[in-house]
Ligand binder design. Structure first.
Ligand code: ADP
Ligand code: ADP
Length: 228
């Protein structure tokens, strides 16, 4: 049973300039523990696919399944990392890392201990008491990762998580994303417009058409193995 499945997902948006068909019968299946990169031009519906996959937006038509069951809304074991990382500027690094656990009503002591473990994993433990504004772009990215890792996720969805970073940092962060995925064993979907990033991080690469987006082709990426 796939961890995540999108079946013929269609999304229409009504905006000031009328109706847009953003996604047209998008199909996607991600096996447990698998890493899939979704590659496509701007506006082809990549973000829309992730909103559907995490249960934040119900598609106009089609089905979203997790572990073979229809997804009714956001679930605790799925994390979504956005381009701007979604950090809370008024909370410290450790509080940001613990946010997902707070939602789960985990007691404070356990929450902070798990948050610190996750911060250690991404090399941010020394900055636990700092605020996001004091962090560099790469460190903010690692903090977003720590927040997801603290939660025992089985599915990680990422919407161009590296595109706000400069080239050198991007390479370093790609390595971190790969290492965390290997260590933790969650399934992941990485949405990107960078071919290089897709090749580095995706065991399968799903190439989308321009808007309205649908799958143009799927490429097996034999180079990208889980334990090389
Ligand atoms: P991508 O992530 O591939 O850039 P998106 O999923 O963000 O694509 O958007 C797909 C299309 O849908 C774009 O044309 C975008 O302008 C449009 N769109 C996205 N969100 C909305 C919205 N909330 N309302 C109206 N149009 C939207
Ligand atoms: P209604 O159509 O009566 O408003 P619901 O919104 O509760 O019903 O959803 C009907 C069915 O669709 C339920 O089985 C629900 O789990 C499933 N469902 C809800 N959201 C999604 C989604 N994003 N993708 C696929 N199925 C969904």
């Amino acid at each position: 049973v796939p961890k995540l499945e999108l079946r013929a997902v269609r999304q229409r948006y009504r905006g000031s300039r009328g109706e847009t068909l953003a996604l047209d019968r998008m199909d996607l299946a991600v096996a447990p523990g698998e890493s899939v990169a979704v590659l496509g031009p701007s506006g082809c519906g990549k973000s829309t696919s992730l909103l559907a996959a995490c249960g934040l937006q119900r598609p106009t038509e089609g089905e979203v399944l997790v572990d073979g069951a229809p997804l009714a809304g956001p679930r605790l074991e799925t994390a979504l990392i956005l381009q701007d990382f979604g950090l809370m500027p008024w909370k410290t690094v450790e509080q940001n890392a613990a946010l997902g656990l707070q939602v789960r009503r985990m007691p404070k002591k356990e929450r902070m201990s798990r948050a610190h473990d996750a911060l250690r994993q991404v090399g941010l433990d020394e900055f636990a008491k700092a605020y996001p504004s004091e962090l560099s772009g790469g460190m903010r990215q690692r903090l977003a990762m720590a927040r997801a890792l603290a939660c025992d996720i089985d599915l990680l969805l990422m919407d161009e998580p590296l595109s706000a970073l400069d080239a050198l940092l991007r390479e370093e962060m790609q390595n971190m994303l790969k290492r965390c995925w290997r260590e933790e064993g969650y399934a992941q979907v990485l949405v990107t417009h960078s071919i290089e990033e897709a090749v580095f991080l995706g065991q399968r690469i799903v190439v989308m058409t321009p808007r309205p987006g649908r799958v143009a082709k799927v490429v097996d990426n034999a180079e990208m193995v889980a334990d090389d």
